[in-house]
Write a protein that binds this ligand. Structure first.
Ligand code: NAD
Ligand code: TYD
Length: 336
């Protein structure tokens, strides 16, 4: 298989690139990434020198560049990760989310249509279903009730991707995963932010009462699900990808503090996020039945490994937290 991956220098995209090369899923992998604040070539050092991998710095909104790459590389499939991915940033500045997530996806779909690329896998999120009241879990037919500019932009891009299947008969598949965690995650998301603050004895900011529920999925389990959906799933289908480990945020943060040997008193309640979704919950049977995929990593073990990785990589943390991160941290947390 020859692949074009977008966003392959980010958290999940780089995990996919590393795994695809390690497992010999691919003969060729072209990685198109703009290197925004979230893209980091350090995430790809382990594949440096692998002749199958070609990194291209560029914007997915640049259809001419995408068209040129598709012509040069003739991939069998596009796996589309590139996105603005953080809810809090979408509240501070929604414009980039519409631009990259909606217009960027449109640009990649147009380039794929023109080049007749055989498959297109659009990587999406369970956040498109919005907050889900107990005891319900969202299956793939659940209504889209996105709450944040991030999730609304992802819902828009999902519908656009699926419309290319219906209208232009392109073989598009959409995956909707729950919250990911693991090594190399930018320390703006809950788990890496709490780990890095705990390791430095800084306050751990809990939004509101901290009883919001998220379903945690280890990043490599997600990458295997994407590969399963691409190779064994059907075009035109949507597949949820869950970790089957739903926990309130407060419990996750307490587990992190315990594992780091730090006191619970580091937790600080701060003003809640506007439009904060209370609970995400999805069913994953469709993907399991269609492909045999299952989430393998138990949360306790995945969290232990993730904490060990952050402890072992203080240089990575301090480099990604320099510059722009300071600005963001100030804007997001100082007024809370
Ligand atoms: P990330 O923010 O860590 O990485 C995004 C990558 O996309 C970065 O490398 C960035 O440089 C690149 N990028 C951004 N804008 C670009 C543009 N205009 N052109 C080219 N590249 C651009 O994100 P992530 O957490 O790895 O998420 C990857 C995908 O998975 C996203 O589509 C996201 O919506 C989806 N997803 C994420 C989660 C999660 O928990 N993180 C869960 C479900 C789905
Ligand atoms: P996040 O990692 O931003 O993912 P998402 O909002 O996409 O689910 O946040 C996960 C949960 O953690 C969410 O309920 C918000 C909460 N949260 C905090 O309480 N404090 C924080 O500093 C952050 C970043 C998140």
């Amino acid at each position: 298989m020859r692949l074009l991956v977008t966003g392959g220098a980010g958290f999940i995209g780089s995990a996919f690139v590393r795994l695809a090369l390690k497992e010999n899923w691919v003969a060729r992998l072209v990685n198109l990434d703009k290197l925004t604040y979230a893209g980091n070539l350090e995430n790809l050092t382990s594949v440096e020198g692998d002749a199958r991998h070609r990194f291209v710095q560029g914007d997915i909104c640049d259809t001419t560049l995408a068209a040129r790459l598709l012509e040069e590389e003739t991939p069998d499939a596009i796996v589309h990760f590139a996105a603005e991915s953080h809810v809090d940033r979408s509240i501070l500045g929604p414009g980039a989310f519409v631009e990259t997530n909606v217009r960027g996806t449109f640009s990649m779909l147009e380039a794929a249509r023109a080049a007749k690329t055989p498959r297109f896998l659009h990587v999406s999120t369970d956040e498109v279903y919005g907050s889900i009241d107990e005891p319900h879990d969202a299956d793939e037919n659940y209504p889209l009730r996105a709450s944040s500019p991030y999730s609304a932009s992802k819902a828009g891009s999902d519908l656009l991707a699926l419309s290319y299947c219906t209208t232009f008969k392109m073989a598009v598949t959409v995956t909707r995963a729950s919250n990911n965690y693991g090594p190399f995650q930018f320390p703006e998301k809950l788990i890496p932010l709490m780990i890095s603050n705990a390791l430095e004895d800084k306050p751990l900011p809990i939004y509101g009462d901290g009883m919001q529920v998220r379903d945690w999925l280890y990043v490599d389990d997600h990458c295997r699900a994407i590969w399963a959906a691409l190779t064994k799933g059907a075009p035109g289908e949507i597949y949820n990808v869950g970790g089957s480990r739903a926990l309130p945020n407060r419990t996750v943060v307490e587990m992190i503090l315990d594992a780091c040997g730090k006191p619970h008193s580091l937790m600080t309640t701060v003003k809640d996020r506007p439009g904060h979704d209370r609970r995400y919950a999805i069913t994953t049977e469709k993907l399991e039945q269609a492909t045999g995929w299952q989430a393998l990593m138990p949360f306790e073990e995945g969290l232990r490994e993730t904490i060990a990785w952050y402890k072992a990589n203080p240089g990575w943390i301090s480099r990604v937290r320099s510059g722009e991160y300071q600005n963001y941290y100030e804007r997001n947390y100082s007024a809370r």
